[in-house]
Design a protein around this ligand. Structure first.
Ligand code: NAP
Length: 242
């Protein structure tokens, strides 16, 4: 079977690591991103160097038309077999009482509305044997007090989306799972105002260190693979014990 996989937010971090790992197992990749063209082009060059077909498509996942354009562009690579719903943001770390409503809306728009729009396009186009992986977070069950309770709540919604869609799409042979990373070394922490958060948090992580993007990519790749053929509706924690 030829694998054609869309990865949203693939220009860096967990999305880029997933693209690189999937390319090594022969997936053709459509990489979505928001605005960092140079970073996306660099990842695509690395993917093509492995011999697969790869394209980068600027697509803000909050916008239904841009999401449709991303899926249309991916159709040129072949029949869609995988979606990694990964494009996500946090907002400035801080107490709940200081939460700016604009930051709240951005987090809901990207991490929930964006996921729903992409999953809907995927569900319309996918057939038997295809799979969706949603990026959740350990925050969904820990709650992130004092940091971003609203983000944690939205990630819990991702888990519910995963469970419901898994059941709705199972009769069509489409599997839906989530990966819930712990604290992973990516640029997301700089954007939330604490670039050194992974190192600072190390002492409260049972395995004693933050995770690397490729350690999350490994779980995503497994869930997309035929090895996970009987796994659907699962939220796989990749948090070093968190
Ligand atoms: P990251 O390094 O900050 O990368 C985010 C990616 O999403 C970038 O490619 C970015 O594109 C893209 N993006 C952001 N907003 C977008 C939008 N509106 N439309 C389309 N693309 C958009 O993030 P990450 O740490 O790899 O996180 C990936 C996922 O894992 C997220 O869902 C996050 O919530 C989740 N997660 C991360 C951690 C962690 O510790 N890192 C922990 C738990 C869960 P541009 O570069 O073009 O802006």
């Amino acid at each position: 079977m030829t694998n054609v996989t869309i990865i949203t937010g693939g220009s860096r971090g967990i999305g880029a690591a997933t693209a690189r790992r999937l390319a090594h197992t022969g997936h053709h990749i459509a990489l979505g991103y928001r605005r960092n063209h140079t970073a996306a082009d660099t990842v695509v060059a690395d993917l093509r160097a492995t011999g697969v077909r790869a394209i980068a498509v600027p697509a803000d996942t909050r916008d239904p038309d841009q999401v449709t354009a991303l899926f249309d562009a991916a159709a040129d690579l072949g029949t869609l077999t995988g979606l990694v719903n990964n494009a996500g943001i946090t907002s400035p770390i801080g107490p709940f009482t200081d939460l700016d409503p604009d930051d709240l809306r951005r987090v809901v728009d990207v991490n929930l509305i964006g996921y729903v729009l992409c999953a809907q396009q995927a569900a319309r186009r996918m057939g038997d044997g295809a799979a969706i992986v949603n990026l959740s977070s350990v925050a969904a069950t820990l709650g992130s007090p004092g940091e971003y309770v609203h983000y944690a709540a939205v990630k819990a919604a991702t888990d519910t989306l995963t469970i419901g869609l898994a059941k709705e799409l199972a009769p069509r042979g489409i599997r839906v799972n989530a990966v819930a990373p712990g604290i992973i070394r990516t640029e997301i922490h700089a954007l939330s105002g604490q670039p050194d958060r992974p190192e600072r948090a190390a002492s409260r992580i049972p395995l004693g260190r933050p995770g690397e993007p490729d350690e999350v990519a490994a779980a995503i790749a497994w869930l997309l693979s035929p090895d996970a053929s009987y796994t659907t509706g699962t939220i796989l924690r990749v948090g070093g014990g968190l």
